[in-house]
Ligand binder design. Structure first.
Ligand code: GAL
Length: 362
């Protein structure tokens, strides 16, 4: 059954159908209760963003459904607190750890303790770096997330069709402590850089390096501040921003707030990621242009299957063993496909698949 589902994941059918298959699997597995007596420790980064709440809830429910005991911890984006939480879970004798890291380089000590206690570690969504003690990785194709964002901008401005512009673009990336930030940015810049080099896109701020455009803690307020500063420093002679590369919906909404405060009545193209409800409302209203939808229900399913295989002494299924080198070793991964969503397909991708309800959008 799992094998069939996984074929579907990489196949060509839509997310809606995949989600239906996944939920059917979940309920069939539901009463097997194979996990009796075993404990799972889940470390999530923060409750300030909707996606991590969904991730934690989905994981917890799926593990409990299979009979596992679950400790689910959030660390409010404070890396040291997440380290303590993991150490505590190791001390409590969990059998497997699922970790979405806050700071990808802060966990070596805690994971060494896990290894010592024979606890396997799955890096969830965000790869953990510079440690031998991370065993598996479940995530989405993170480069493709950036490619979808960059391609959206190129297509909407008509760059790919030869529009000369020049168009003004500003660039934002995620937190430097998150390995994903570089993959998203590099994926987007692989599309956008040739247009910058060719003069069709202009970055008036001149800020194009990842270090310059990163956003601490992925915080929308930090992004809003930076966008306000850019507008008041570089857009002083009537220039307009035509597009903003934004890596995550929380950051997109901060940028939109800055543009709104500066008097923009028509928004430039603004990208995003995670299909957060507030951003989907913006997409419907025409304020945010797109988001990259990553079905966290599927990520939870894949992760739970992987953990169960590990706990039952089986080799978990992976579909990538080349992409994610954590500085110590290539971490075997199971990667899912992200989907570009805008006003034209949100209904099919998000509503019809049950990821978001109509009610949530009221
Ligand atoms: C990343 C994740 C994104 C987004 C971001 C901010 O690691 O892959 O989907 O959620 O963190 O939370």
């Amino acid at each position: 059954m799992n094998v069939n589902r996984r074929h579907l994941l990489t196949g060509s059918i839509g997310a809606a159908a995949v989600a239906l298959v996944a939920s059917a699997c979940a309920s069939e597995d539901g009463d097997s209760g194979s996990g009796g007596g075993k404990k799972v420790g889940i470390a999530m980064p923060t409750k300030t963003s909707e996606r991590w709440i969904l991730d934690g809830d989905n994981l917890k429910a799926a593990f409990e459904d299979k009979g596992y005991e679950v400790s689910l911890q959030y660390a409010n984006d404070v890396a040291a607190d997440q380290v303590s939480q993991i150490e505590t879970m190791v001390g409590q004798g969990v059998n497997v750890l699922v970790i979405a890291a806050i700071d990808n380089k802060s966990l070596s000590g805690a994971l060494a303790q896990a290894k010592e206690a024979d606890i396997k570690v799955i890096a969830y969504d965000r790869l953990i770096l510079d440690t031998p003690d991370v065993d598996y990785y479940t995530s989405f194709d993170n480069t493709k997330v950036g490619t979808l964002q960059g391609t959206y901008i190129a297509e909407k401005l008509g760059l790919d069709a030869g529009e000369a512009g020049p168009f003004n673009i500003e660039l934002f990336a995620g937190a430097l402590t998150d390995n994903n930030a570089r993959y998203f940015f590099d994926g987007a810049m692989a599309v956008l850089q040739p247009y910058i080099d060719g003069g069709q896109l202009v970055v008036l701020s001149g800020q194009t390096d990842l270090e310059q455009v990163a956003t601490e803690n992925w915080d929308g307020a930090v992004a809003q501040d930076r966008m306000e500063t850019i507008l008041t420093s570089f857009y002083t002679a009537g220039q307009q921003v035509d597009a903003v590369l934004a890596p995550f919906d929380g950051i997109s909404r901060g940028i939109i707030a800055a543009l709104d405060g500066a008097g923009y009545t028509t928004m430039p193209i603004v990208t995003g990621q995670d299909a957060e409800v507030d951003s989907v409302k913006y997409i419907i209203a025409g304020t945010q242009s797109m988001t990259v939808y990553k079905d966290t229900r599927l990520l939870a399913e894949v992760t739970v299957d992987m953990a169960v295989d590990i706990l039952e002494g089986k080799d978990p299924e992976i579909n990538d063993d080349t992409t994610y080198d954590n500085g110590d070793h290539v971490v075997p991964a199971y990667l899912l496909e992200p989907v570009s969503v805008d006003a034209t397909n949100y209904q099919a991708e998000l509503i019809d698949s049950g990821y978001i309800t109509e009610d949530q959008l009221q």
